[in-house]
Design a protein around this ligand. Sequence first.
Ligand code: M6R
Length: 612
Amino acid sequence: MCGIVGYIGEKQAYPILIKGLQRLEYRGYDSAGVALLDGGMKLYKRKGKVSELSAYVSDKDTSGTVGIGHTRWATHGVPNDINAHPHSSPSKELVLIHNGIIENYATIKEGLLNRGYQFLSDTDTEVLVFLIEDILKKENCSLEEAVRLALNEVIGAYAIVVMSKNDPKKLVAAKKGSPLVIGIGEDEYFVASDATPIIEHTKNVVYLEDEEFAVIEPGKKLSIRTIKNAEITPYIQELQMELENLEKGGYEHFMLKEINEQPRSIRDSLRGRMDPSTGQIKMAGIDEFEKKFLNAERIIIVGCGTSWHAGLVGEYLIEELARIPVEVEYASEFRYRNPIINENDIVIAISQSGETADTLAAIKLAKSKGATIFGICNVVGSTIARETHAGAYTHAGPEIGVASTKAFTAQVSVLSLIALTLGHKNGTLSESRYRQLLEELDTVPDKVEEVLKTNPQVKGISQLFKDVRNFLYLGRGFNFPVALEGALKLKEISYIHAEGYPAAEMKHGPIALIDEEMPVVVIANKNTSYEKIVSNIQEVKARGGKIIAIITDGDKEVTKLADYTISIPAIDEALSPMITVVPLQLLSYHIAVMRGANVDQPRNLAKSVTVE
Ligand code: M6R
């Protein structure tokens, strides 16, 4: 994790850096720092959020047209001023910012300690800047050559930017495993973990590939080489992102904005891909690998967190509609458990950010065994999107809130299209059911719009339960993954313990937890397990539990049983997760706000988990 940003040109660097860090704060926010060059080197670092850094720096000298900045998510060393980046070399002539983990830092550190170096911090990053300076002095070489030689000694992941007092017209940036993008302006360059700090300055960007480093000098062409010293021609791309999508647009939090954007984001995920009037679905990535998909012995879906939950919905969808066996795996388990994979397997990797380290490693493993990899990513041009053989973007637009909301519904929407296409093409889905589902899919954005109108009611329910210590979420079939997702949303932003369970599993253990103190959220919309879920509700009621039920409009039976109900429009159960999840997102949002939690930046978390 961590966000890094750099600027070199003719403008004052500090305002660009601080704004960039605010944009990147979703990547980590336990400490932040900037270094500026203006003849001398100025270094300001602070534990806490970027706002604390800017308050601290407000009366300091921030002049300089070259600078780098960092917002941290701690891996090695607690969050404090000393462990914050940038880190300086022993002579203080070099400073470095880093996103990633230097896995062999202990060995390198030992060698440097033996040679008399003394370290200030507990970080792996400080070891790297010491190593670069050590090489610089020993080899008497250029800064970029010292960086290159150092990176050849490093095992692990890094996106780094190095700045030198003795080379004030140059930044050196490199990447492996963690993302890095360079913005090309007029006589100026920007460097950042993603394009969000760059977009308002230039749309022309170059994404560095693994083991590449760039020498960035204003007025000169961007020079890129691999760390083995092969020259690379920079591939300049135009950013498609719009600035207003990165702002809160009048909402108090990004999460609330993103929940409310779902009618639009789901529509965008479907746009141009299906036409209910002709019964056509067009997905280039699927069409290209149609034979592979239809002949696949099985599909393996990998992802983490919310993306893994979307994968579970995908399993239900693909098995139900296309009758192709699906396995859903946590990417972090898959990558280390020596899975059996062959050339007939299709691996679908789901990731909002497209940067999640475990998902990326899972892809690489499956690819090395000959599987075809299909990506479902939100961030255009992200590493996972580039590592896959084919894929479909979710087109949900930038998701800034750490809690994933609109990305989930867009992922499920894309998975629905895939399941429908495969089912239609391999004949497992009747024409009439296919057509009916296509038509219903088209109505999902409007139905989400309807559900959003329950917001005041959900807020009222939140008020009643904001102080409880535990929550249970129950769902069955397509809505079991939604129960997991509802529980994840609540715990990650409100810090209330919550568990999601398949409703029928309750009697095998969790039922012991139920008493008058335990709110149980039940997804009880009308579907094939409706009668069974009604029985599960009765089991909870018999033990004094409080039921908050998500019901289909007009359902009198559950209304009588439940303590509180939230109604949603009727929808085919295969498509219902995109609808049922919305009140659960709102519930977690309001509870978190009422508890005074930082909704967009929950403690200990980061938006994109680029470390193992
Ligand atoms: O960017 P990704 O979709 O790969 O991220 C996966 C998880 O880290 C992410 O979904 C995480 O669980 C969210 N905080 C959930 O809201």
